[in-house]
Each structure stands twice: as C-alpha cells, then as structure tokens.
Write a protein that binds this ligand. Structure first.
Ligand SMILES: Cc1cc2nc3c(=O)[nH]c(=O)nc-3n(C[C@H](O)[C@H](O)[C@H](O)COP(=O)(O)O)c2cc1C
Length: 151
C-alpha cells in the first residue's frame, strides 16, 4: 500500500478516543498501512470524502451528544450532498458507557450518516462500554485487515 492510505479521525472530550485512534495508528503501521491520525476538529469534509479508507473513533457526551470537537465535522457531513462519501470505505468504533440512556449515540450517528452519504461499511460498528481495551483492539485488527483488502 502506498503513502498515507488510511484516515483515522477521533472525537473526544477526555482523550479516550484519541488514545484508541493512536493505538489503531500504531497497529496499522505494524501492518504496513500508512495512517493519518486526526482530531475531528482539524479534519474537513474534503479530507473524509477523499479518503478511500476511514476509521471513525468517537465518544458520546451530554445526553447522546457529539463531543465538542466532533460536532462541526458531523454537521458538515450531514449537510453535504448525497453521494459525498462514495468511494469511502469506513468503519466506526463508538465509545460510551451503558450507564447512560443514549449509549454510544454519537458513534451510531456517524455510522448511519456515512452510509447514508454513500460510504461503504467494511465492518460492523463496535459499541464500547468502559472496559474496552481488549475487544476494541480485536476489532481494530479485524477492521484493518478488511481495509487492507480494499483495492
Ligand atoms: C458528563 C458525561 C456524559 C456522558 N454521556 C454519555 C452518553 O450520553 N452516552 C454514552 O454512551 N456515554 C456517555 N458518557 C461516557 C463517555 O462517552 C465515556 O466515558 C467515553 O469513554 C469518553 O471518551 P473520551 O475520553 O474519548 O471523550 C458520558 C460521560 C460523561 C462524564
């Protein structure tokens, strides 16, 4: 695989999603995938629509809300034209806490909107409760293998 060929974006308020995205980046490099890890605040609609492989790592805040750093990017995808995510092969890792009514809601929203705008889901979303390290890593490895197959 060539130069940067995987975009990993994170939506976070207290750093868990960022840490997981960085972990996913390290695993990707060990598999000879060349990721770019980005804060959602620094990513544009164009960054997403032009990426062939995309992993979204996003927590949920408030009562089922996007993290502050994720809201603008989410809105711009939601407001984008139909088909804006065509050619984007994606998967979503959602972080949350089952103690809350709207468990992993913002990750669920990302998963829906990316497909609605024409993206291709390569792996089922994973909804992570507080103790997620081991199963999140298994999901990351499976997802990277699937993304590596994308031509
Ligand atoms: C004030 C507050 C509100 C939260 N609201 C939700 C929620 O509505 N749904 C959910 O699944 N998790 C909720 N969480 C849990 C966080 O999503 C979870 O702790 C996550 O690991 C935080 O990741 P981050 O550090 O990347 O932001 C909330 C946590 C706090 C402290």
């Amino acid at each position: 695989m060539g130069a940067s060929n995987l975009l990993l974006i994170f939506g976070t308020e207290t750093g868990n999603a960022e840490e997981l995205a960085e972990d996913a980046g390290r695993i990707a490099r060990s598999l000879d995938i060349h990721p770019t890890v980005m804060d959602m605040e620094d990513a544009s609609l164009g960054d997403l629509s032009s990426s062939k492989r995309l992993i979204v790592v996003c927590s949920t805040w408030g009562e089922g809300d996007q993290p502050v750093n994720a809201q603008d990017l989410y809105d711009s995808v939601e407001e984008s034209e139909d088909g804006s995510m065509e050619g984007v092969n994606f998967a979503v890792l959602a972080l949350g806490d089952t103690a809350f009514e709207f468990f992993c809601e913002s990750g669920k929203e990302w998963d829906v909107i990316l497909q609605k705008k024409g993206g291709n889901r390569v792996n089922e979303r994973i909804d992570c409760d507080l103790d997620y390290e081991d199963y999140a890593e298994d999901w990351i490895r499976t997802t990277l293998d699937l993304l590596k197959e994308v031509k």
